[in-house]
Unconditional design. Structure first.
Length: 117
């Protein structure tokens, strides 16, 4: 399940993720992402993942379609205490165009600050 939340800065897309992410969740994310992209040349993303249980097969399929928007992303702050999220950053480092950083849940405000510096 994905919830879009108000972010501390206008160019930041704040996304809270819980449980399983579905294809419909990815469509919802894409709609909000496209709105931010129309307003700003680059979008910054704050992903707060609390008790995320993975992604459905359809969700993975839809995620791959988002790859064409990589050039429109400035930074991504991933906030989670899940160890597998931190390990997945090794794969994310294959996308050199985007700065990606992981923060524990207790350091969410530090993640927000990092996004705007």
């Amino acid at each position: 399940m994905i919830k879009m939340k108000s972010a501390p800065f206008d160019n930041v897309l704040k996304v809270e993720i819980q449980e399983k992410v579905t294809g419909e969740d990815i469509h919802q994310f894409k709609e909000f992402f496209m709105m931010k992209r129309q307003q700003h040349s680059k979008v910054t993303i704050l992903l707060v993942m609390d008790e995320m249980q993975g992604v459905t097969l359809n969700g993975i399929k839809e995620e791959f379609k988002l790859g064409k928007y990589v050039k429109d992303i400035n930074k991504i702050a991933m906030v989670s205490d899940e160890k597998w999220i931190k390990k997945s950053l090794k794969l994310e480092s294959l996308i050199p165009e985007i700065e990606i950083e992981h923060f524990p849940i207790k350091n969410k405000s530090q993640a927000e600050h990092w996004l705007v510096i």
